[in-house]
Design a protein around this ligand. Structure first.
Ligand code: MN
Ligand code: MN
Length: 384
């Protein structure tokens, strides 16, 4: 069972327990019939928008982390996100995430990451705008701002219950472990730890890191077999249309990224990323530039449109119909994250084109000739 499936299984089991039918058989039934999330079972669809950049988050000087988890955006059970800025000389300290993998897209500035793998090797990489990283669940890492300008990046986690502010930090751990244990662990004097931080550091402050990364304590890097870095916007878009383009990276191009696919979608003014759905993943959205209307169709006549401005987050549950339309006067750019390494989507134009016109005529009680006028292949991005 893969992770998203396992999570849904657990949720389905929880629902059947709530209903007092928690036998193995009914849990099985609930899972196979995909019991709806109670949040999505009401007569109206809940909001799927959160104004991330307008929230406060955790601030330290001009560095900050703002998060969108189920607490801020209850619908977003499958994916959490964070907007983070680090000033020059600031690092996001050594930490790991017990319950989520981390995917990132750099918007501004430069970042250096060092990540440990269970093989004992580490990889040090420098990132620029348009670059992506992926750290598997539980792999320890540190993020350092490079150079004399701040860096801004968006983090995506494959678990909506994950909180960036509930991560496992090295200072927190060492600060709460008895000095005698630390002294024995590292073979140094207890007094070594006299002035270590007692609480989590979170943002560390120091000198701007050197241009060339110094070698690790253990000597030259012996990097894990799979790299954690992918230069997304340095590639040609995987699809170009008259009124927009899309870059997409999943496990096919970036093998370590087994649980997340990332997309950068550019739409010209008035362009529409057409009505579609994703059979196997939830979709997390962050507007990097511009203003869009996002529609969501939730069956039983339930339809909702949210306007997302620059810095806002949207969320579409797996299987729900949706579209994205640029309603501004300038081109827009949206970051999309999916909690699967293997992206799948079905577009409405493709579905219609894949049926005989006799079927469509009967379905809509219209003459067959009408459907000749419909596209005979996928639209994907419709022009203004
Ligand atoms: Mn992290
Ligand atoms: Mn989509």
């Amino acid at each position: 069972m893969n992770e998203p499936t396992r999570r849904r299984f657990i949720e389905a089991a929880a629902v059947s327990n709530l209903l007092g039918v928690g036998t193995d058989e009914s849990t099985d039934f609930a899972f196979k019939n995909n019991v709806p999330d109670p949040l999505l079972a009401g007569p109206e669809l809940p909001t799927f928008k959160f104004e991330l950049e307008k929230s406060t988050g955790k601030v330290d000087g001009k560095s900050y982390g703002k998060e969108a988890t189920v607490e801020q955006l209850p619908i977003s059970k499958g994916i959490a996100g964070v907007s983070m800025v680090l000033e020059p000389g600031v690092m996001r300290e050594l930490h790991w995430h017990a319950t989520a993998a981390e995917w990132a897209f750099v918007i501004e500035g430069r970042v250096r990451t060092t990540v440990i793998s269970p093989t004992g090797g580490s990889e040090i990489n420098d990132f620029e705008p348009g670059d992506v990283w992926y750290f598997p669940r539980g792999h320890g890492h540190v993020l350092e701002c490079l150079g004399n300008k701040p860096t801004h990046f968006i983090l995506i986690f494959d678990n909506g219950y994950f909180s960036e502010f509930g991560t496992f930090s090295i200072s927190d751990w060492i600060g709460h472990t008895p000095k005698a244990v630390l002294a024995k662990n590292f073979g140094v004097a207890e007094s070594t730890f006299d002035n270590f931080p007692k609480e989590e550091v979170y943002f560390g402050r120091g000198a701007v890191p050197p241009d060339k990364p110094p070698p690790p304590l253990q000597g030259p890097q012996h990097a894990p077999p799979l790299t954690h870095k992918f230069r997304l916007l340095a590639q040609h878009p995987h699809a170009v249309y008259k009124s927009g383009r899309e870059w997409r990276v999943g496990a096919n191009l970036f093998p370590i990224s087994t649980t997340i696919t990332g997309v950068i979608l550019d739409l010209d003014p008035g362009a529409l990323r057409e009505l579609h759905w994703h059979p196997t993943a939830d979709e997390w959205q962050y507007v990097i530039e511009g203003q869009v209307n996002v529609s969501m169709f939730g069956s039983h006549g339930r339809y909702r449109i949210e306007t997302l401005n620059k810095g806002d987050v949207g969320y579409i549950p797996q299987g729900y119909g949706h579209s994205i339309e640029n309603i501004g006067k300038k081109p827009c750019r949206v970051l999309l994250g999916f909690n699967t390494g293997h992206y799948e989507g079905i577009d409405l134009s493709t579905w219609i084109a894949a049926n005989p016109k006799s079927v469509l005529a009967t379905n809509f009680s219209k003459p067959e000739a009408l459907f000749e006028k419909f596209p005979h292949k996928q639209v994907f991005i419709a022009p203004s």
